[in-house]
Design a protein around this ligand. Sequence first.
Ligand code: TYD
Length: 138
Amino acid sequence: MIFSIDLCQLISFPKISDPRGNLTFIEGGNHIPFDIKRVYYLYDVPGGSERGGHAHRMLHQVIIAMSGSFDVVLDDGKGKKRIHLNRSYCGLYVCPMMWRELDNFSSGSVCMVLASERYDETDYFRDYQQFLTAVNEQ
Ligand code: TYD
């Protein structure tokens, strides 16, 4: 399968609006296209910081701005797209073979990531040239 940037779309999750505070829920395999094996989150991100800077061979992810805002720059080796995330009921699906960078974090922002697999360093491309070579071999 060729993983194109067009597969990486925003997903709106159910939102139960309530004067006591809104509620959103996410069910693996239902609201997102995989079962969730891992959740991790970035927080206490200093201003001007950049995260990401890698791609994954197999991993599917959904990135959510749980609080505050930040940008995700996606790159499939052929084109790039910058997406601003600032809604806790909205997630960005990121398919495998997608170089991603996160920047423009607002102060106090929290970035939560739902992932299809447990942490596996061998699934990472951390070198952009190696990523491009692999994309061109697809
Ligand atoms: P990394 O994925 O490079 O972070 P980011 O994409 O947010 O910049 O991970 C940073 C470090 O944390 C790296 O040493 C691996 C470790 N880590 C885990 O041990 N488990 C995890 O689930 C994740 C995401 C990272």
